[in-house]
Write a protein that binds this ligand. Sequence first.
Ligand SMILES: Nc1ncnc2c1ncn2[C@@H]1O[C@H](COP(=O)(O)OP(=O)(O)OP(=O)(O)O)[C@@H](O)[C@H]1O
Length: 593
Amino acid sequence: MIRNAAAALALPFRAAPVVASLTLALTVLAGAAPAGAAWLTMLLVDELTSGAASAGRAAFLAVASALTGGLAIALLYLCGHLGEVVRHRVTLTVESRLFRRIATLPGLRHIEDPAFHDRLRLAEQAAQEAPGTISQFTQEVVRSVVLLAGFAGALLVVWPPMTLLLLASVVTAVFARLATARREAATEEAWVATDRRRLFYRALLTDVRAAKEIRLFGLGELLHARMVGSLTTVSGARLVAQRRGTVVQSALALLGAVVGGIGTVVVALNVAAGRSSVGDLVLFLGAVAGVQTGLSGVVLQLGEAGRAVRLFGHYLDVVGTRDDLVAGTGVPAAGAIELRDVWFRYSEDGPWVLRGLNLTIPAGAAVGLVGVNGAGKSTLVKLLCRFYDPQRGSITWGGVDVRELDVPALRARIGVVFQEFMAYDLTAAENIGIGQVRELDNRARIIGAAETARVADTINALPNGYDTVLSRTHADDERTGVTLSGGQWQRVALARCLMRADAELMILDEPTSGLDAEGEHRVHDTLRRHAEGRTRLLISHRMAALRGADLIVTLTGGRIAEQGSHDELMDADGEYARLFRLQAGGYQDVRVS
Ligand SMILES: Nc1ncnc2c1ncn2[C@@H]1O[C@H](COP(=O)(O)OP(=O)(O)OP(=O)(O)O)[C@@H](O)[C@H]1O
């Protein structure tokens, strides 16, 4: 908690050192002004009730008191504005740090972890709220401390025990408010998963891709009910926490009134008995009102700040998240890729997906990978891209363990069309160009990749050609976007992969599943010519597509069960031959010669 508070308090001074320091100085002045005004008022009252009042001195004191009061208000507004400036800079800093951490996480472990997403949501909330709340609280504390110091002197002079009484009521208020804040923050933490589900259902209801199934299967009511159910639960819990807070606040207000009342009675009796002056009473009343107003502001904000500090811990956790992979510094060397006794599972208690897998992918060879659904083909691809590390065994490239290589350098040598490739709501040119970010503006290269992937004609026929936004939900400059068919999208993804003209390893995970028969034939033909000499890993359920590969391997039970050329595997008459015949049989027709 102290670590969180210190980090949050330091933030404004790191994000906007000059403005934050100026705000602090002016806040001190703003805090001193009301006490100054009260002292001047006391002097004025005493002057007027002294029996030998000087008109000039009284007028001076009246003007000075009014001006000091006015200055206090003006300073408050100025500090408010400067506080906004600081908040703006702090928000930029924290959001930027938070999302840079997310953007630079090398592996997939954290991003696939639901608990990490919950922490991220709390961190985002804290990043937006905490800096403002905490810097406002800091200002309030500084102003109040100065103000209290001024008034405490007055109270000590007029009736010393009042200082102790006020102190006792403040300590009570602080503890009560902090307890409320802890409860409120705990409520947020407890319900964050439910709130995430609400956002999930909400996103589904408005998702264009989900719209067809939602309508056909009549899921609208179900999703709506679940969304509202989550919302009701979360806002109900927040209301309960808030109700408790209100009860506590009301009790504290009553306590303050009782303490103030006791002091006023005592001092009024002193004035009546001639032990204190009327000026003393005026000063005392001003001081008590000033102290209580100032303190109730601080105590109220203390609650907000306490909650913010606790949630800020999630921000610090996310920003300080360790890399989910230990990166090396080596530069990849050309050569064969070898997987030796690779064991992998997605979680500690999950089932093994790969169980002692051994495979050599020779440099420059086309390797076809076959296996039933769930055999682990895409998992193997993810390991080659080093999104995860195997729990046991090793993967080497050119004789070097991939764990010793620099991760971006390794990935720069790989071009992939993932099975679940992305369809970005960007222009056609950007959708292809992002395959090689430094070539994003190289239109000739983008057109070349589109032509190789045989999607150029489709793009040329779009309303704005390569500048057409491929989206129905986003539009640029009032131009509506367009949506491509599944197969056309797949060709765009292929063109994106082909932007990596210098990639040594090309991985195509089901690259032609959405293509028509002629399209598939042409793409394979083009790929064979385009990727000649590069290492290729091709995954497909259409066995005919892999027939021409130099090496075909079948993945069964987390291991390589068979490997060889098409002819060798057919001669061996194993699982591959069985599957191949099964598929080929599906196409046999007496009318086809
Ligand atoms: N991110 C993940 N987290 C946990 N388990 C996963 C994850 N991805 C895949 N799996 C599991 O790993 C196993 C292998 O999945 P994988 O996607 O590698 O199979 P595949 O051979 O590519 O299948 P398909 O032919 O259907 O594409 C499956 O049981 C799957 O449930």
